[in-house]
Write a protein that binds this ligand. Structure first.
Ligand SMILES: [Zn+2]
Length: 137
């Protein structure tokens, strides 16, 4: 995986795999639809249940921001939640909030240049994105 791809999607892919969702990644999916002549890329990330999400990553050497990492996490999380709804009529709650388990999933939240999973109700931060396994293994 290229450095910028790993920086953008590595944390959410780690959390998906920790939770048992198989992930496959097509790094050469295509140029960025917003900047087709640059070296920025759209990477296709497929999960066994969620279909595919195109995730924008920068060109080699471009800075990777916490916002990009959080946006990728949101997109892939939505893929999982929507796939659950499509299959069962009930939205999958992933990753489930430890304080409100049947109520809502955690949400990716930036703090400075880091991304955390937080409760959307209270704003409490539970763990860094990419570290779900260590917090609830
Ligand atoms: Zn909560």
């Amino acid at each position: 995986m290229r450095t910028e791809t790993a920086a953008v999607i590595g944390p959410i892919v780690a959390d998906l795999e920790t939770s048992g969702y198989a992930v496959s990644i097509d790094e050469d999916w295509g140029p960025s639809p917003y900047d087709p002549h640059s070296a920025a890329r759209e990477v296709m990330v497929r999960t066994a249940v969620g279909g595919g999400n195109g995730i924008l990553v920068g060109a080699p050497g471009d800075p990777v921001t916490a916002e990009m990492v959080a946006e990728a996490a949101h997109a892939l999380q939505d893929g999982i939640i929507e796939a659950g709804f499509y299959e069962t009529g009930t939205a999958t709650i992933w990753p489930s909030c430890p304080r409100h388990p049947a109520t809502h999933p955690l949400t990716p939240t930036t703090r400075g240049d880091e991304v955390f999973w937080s409760c959307p109700g209270t704003g409490e931060l539970f763990c860094r994105l990419g570290e779900l396994g260590s917090s609830r293994a």
